[in-house]
Structure formats: C-alpha cells, structure tokens
Write a new protein. Structure first.
Length: 100
C-alpha cells in the first residue's frame, strides 16, 4: 500500500501534529513499508494457532487466603473496623444498590 505525503499531512492535521514538508516526505515511505508489512502479516494462515494472551506461559502465583487473627497486625478486628462503617450487614460493609 502506497501512502502519499498528502495523506500523511491530512492525518497529521487531524491529529493536530505539525510537520514540515521534509518530515512528511520522509514519513510517507516509512508508513508505506509498515502498512505493507501489516498486509503481509494478514496473509499468514493462523487457523491452526491456538489463541493466547502471551508468548510465554504465565501462571498466577496465588497465596492461600488466610485471616490473620493477630490483633497487633490487623487481623481479628472486624467489629472495630465495621464500627466505622456507615452501614454494616451480616459482618460486611453495607453499600447502596447500584444495579436495578
């Protein structure tokens, strides 16, 4: 795909980016090469490739969810914490309903 200097100037104007004529002339072939590469990538058959979120496998490192009962480190003080809440219900913070 060939990009002209006029097209680059139009996109730059829409993006509110000021560019000189030299910059426009230099950027047009670069953008053409990038778009040609993207077009080449779109022709690659990926039907046998399983969708993934990352190239390397990532596993969440989860810790065990344990309540710390030591009051010196903040555990075991649910009633003290809920005493500051505007509304408490069944040992939890009460919040207004936001979805009908």
């Amino acid at each position: 795909m060939s990009v002209t200097s006029e097209e680059v100037a139009r996109v730059a104007r829409l993006a509110r980016v000021r560019m000189s004529e030299d910059e426009l002339a230099r950027l047009a072939p670069e953008l053409s090469k990038i778009l040609d590469w993207v077009e080449q990538l779109s022709r690659v058959d990926t039907s046998a490739v399983e969708p993934m979120t990352a190239v390397i496998p990532n596993r969440l490192r989860l810790r065990e969810d344990v309540v710390d009962a030591d009051p010196d480190t903040g555990g075991g003080r649910r009633d003290d914490v809920l005493a500051n809440a505007p509304a408490a219900e069944h040992g939890f913070f009460g919040v207004p309903k936001v979805i009908e």
